[in-house]
Design a binder for this molecule. Structure first.
Ligand code: NDP
Length: 434
């Protein structure tokens, strides 16, 4: 804490992993001898840079850009870029740290990194977003590449922003290096299912959790927070599997629709018109209602999928979920559940899937995009979705098997932390003190 002052989210993410590692270091003294944990907590490289750009009124605007290259023992750094006014070095470090273990859990050859800016795309014109992305890449390009560091999207960075970033990289370097960025459009090097992957993957993971209980999504009520990339495709897959999504949200509030959210209308409002949840409610003509008080977690549900942002589900929300009979919580977002809330859920016997396992489908499909780029190939939607499904089931089973091995059966948090850690730690041992 003294070494990284003020980085509350980073401390929280590190503590959550270290809490699981006691039995691992006891069993493998070589990890301690080689200072693997200390090395894992220190990013290999952190880049902070100025991003100057000119808005439509001719004013010069300054934002701050970040890329934290955390660990490359398993492959090139891999992790998204977030554009949101709350981005700072502590947020980027927490996300980059989580990313190391998540990427290790996929079993694919990718290291961990994360980046972004405190730029707020909300309310900006197309031209402003493009000029910002071009300025951001004008510095970032020298640090990234197919074999070095491969960014992708995150909050505030979707297909549009990836396009502008890729275009500027290509222009500066004079290289059509498809594998230097993922989340690209289908017609210029992107992968089928990448857009859907994080949301779909989270729901595939929950499907496996349900299977363990000899249950399915059929007839289940599901609440999904957020209405961005992850949330929309989580909702879509829940509906495909027979569940009913009864509520979703954005930072302005939440929507309840007891008969089930109409995902196609939501996609039209959010993805095509770039509207807000109030626009969705208007479109649904009385079938959907804006939440009038409290939070989305007050809506009774069997399954809760927090898919918006960090620390959005606190202790009180968790207690309400438990009281209302919620049985499964799976994190589509990164660290959306506070440490205290996780404890409330665990004490009540609610099955809990941490983000580093449940939302790994996005980065896994990014790695599949890299595979397609490297082989100059493109796979069908069905084939890619099948691969994603297999990867998510693999992660699920690895978490459970590891939890069993370390004497905490059914504990997905410990299983994910230990399985991710040992995979990276073994590679670090093999590569020597670097
Ligand atoms: P988007 O920008 O597409 O959507 C984010 C959604 O969350 C929006 O509905 C947004 O509402 C809401 N939100 C953001 N900040 C807040 C806040 N402070 N309070 C309430 N709601 C908020 O991002 P993604 O869907 O890509 O990302 C969502 C989460 O999933 C993040 O935690 C991200 O790190 C994680 N994730 C994303 C992956 C991906 O592939 N995209 C992969 C793995 C994890 P509003 O529009 O009002 O801001």
């Amino acid at each position: 804490i003294a070494r990284n002052p003020g980085e509350a989210e980073f401390h929280q993410a590190v503590r959550e992993v270290l809490d699981s590692l006691g039995p691992v270091v006891a069993k493998h003294p070589s990890y301690t001898q080689a200072a693997v944990i200390e090395r894992l907590c220190e990013p290999e490289r952190q880049i902070i840079f100025r991003v100057p750009w000119v808005d439509d009124a001719g004013n010069v605007r300054i934002n701050r850009g970040f890329r934290v290259e955390f660990n490359s023992a398993l492959g090139p750094y891999k992790g998204g870029l977030r554009f949101h006014p709350t981005v700072n070095v502590g947020i980027v470090k927490f996300l980059g740290f989580e990313q190391i273990f998540k990427n290790a859990l996929t079993g694919l050859p990718i290291g961990g990194g994360k980046g972004g800016s405190d730029f707020d795309p909300k309310g900006c014109s197309e031209g402003e977003v493009m000029r910002f992305c071009q300025s951001f890449m004008t510095e970032l390009y020298r640090h990234i590449g197919e074999y070095t560091d491969v960014p992708a999207g995150d909050i505030g960075v979707g297909g549009r922003e990836i396009g502008y970033l890729f275009g500027q990289y290509k222009r500066i370097t004079n290289r059509y290096e498809s594998g230097m960025l993922t989340g690209k459009g289908i017609t210029w090097g992107g992968s089928q299912v990448r857009k859907e992957a994080t949301g779909y993957g989270t729901v595939f993971f929950v499907e496996e959790m349900l299977k363990q209980q000899r249950e399915t999504f059929e007839g289940k009520r599901v609440v999904v927070s957020g209405s961005g990339n992850v949330a929309i495709y989580a909702m879509e897959k829940v509906v495909q599997l027979g569940g009913t999504v009864v509520a979703f949200s954005d930072s302005s509030g939440y929507v309840v629709e007891e008969d089930g959210v109409d995902v196609e209308t939501l996609k039209q409002v959010k993805e095509v018109e770039r509207g807000r949840i109030a626009d969705y409610v208007e479109r649904r003509g009385g079938r959907a209602l804006l939440g009038s008080s409290g939070s989305i977690w007050d809506v009774p549900t069997d399954i809760a999928l927090p898919c918006a942002t960090q620390n959005e589900l606190d202790e009180d929300h968790a207690a309400t979920l438990v009281r209302n009979g919620c049985r499964i919580v799976a994190e589509g977002a990164n660290m959306p559940t506070t440490a205290a809330a996780t404890k409330v859920l665990a004490d009540a016997g609610v099955l809990f899937a941490p983000g580093k396992a449940a939302n790994a489908g996005g980065v896994a499909t990014s790695a599949l995009e890299m595979q397609q780029n490297a082989s100059r190939d493109s796979w069908s939607f069905e084939h890619t979705e099948r691969r994603l499904d297999e990867i998510m089931r693999g992660i699920h089973d690895r978490c459970l098997a590891t939890a069993d091995e370390y004497g905490v059966p059914g504990d997905y948090v410990a299983g994910a932390n230990i399985a991710g850690f040992t995979h990276v730690a073994d590679a670090m041992l093999a590569l020597g003190v670097i």
